[in-house]
Design a binder for this molecule. Sequence first.
Ligand SMILES: [Mg+2]
Length: 243
Amino acid sequence: MGNLIGFDLDDTLIPTVVHYIDAQEKLNDFVLDSFKGLKFNRDEIDDMREGIQMDLVSKMGFSSEVFPGSFEHTYVKLSEVYGARATRGGRSCAYELGRRVFNEKAWGSAGLLPGSEDVLDFFKDRGDRLVMITLGDDEIQRRKIEVVGLDKWFSGDDVYVDLRSKGDIMKRLFTKEERADGLFVGDSYRHDVRPALGAGVRVAYIPQGSWHGDGIFNGSDPSVIKLRDISKVKDIYESSVLK
Ligand SMILES: [Mg+2]
């Protein structure tokens, strides 16, 4: 019988943070241009927007409204703090810049992260069961999977999307038996490693170091296998008695 192997989506199998950084740059350009002559810089805009985003996440989870909403709120807050005039057109322009991260063409042209396809084939060929556990908006995450062709390895029933946390899904899917030889693969300390440890699941941790406030795991828990890139995940099974 195969093992249960879980995967995170964003920045584990596909590049995501690049789209967010690109959109943030566009927001910075836009507000600096809209409020010309005011004394704030890109770092202040970034910090303000991140604070607003954290606040929205605590209220709405990882809803698709959070990122574009943080753009609009940043535009408005800057105008209030610096005494400039915000317009309705400016608000909607800021919001739309945040929506750029949901551009399907950009997902499609970026494709999968190098090595992902090979690792997924490896587990599929072994007869393991693959599941995806991802945070975000259900419709958007499922659409990403289709656009980049991950539906070749994950059918709709194998995809679990939650707005806030992966912990409960992991606990449900990884039964005591599955936990013994199973694995979860993810890039985030906060959203992959922590819930996996809480659910008693071994985790292949491939930090990208790119998400603000994610934290880094530097401990030495035997359940956390820290790797440089996803292709190394195969070694865990090739080198062990679990073949
Ligand atoms: Mg991730």
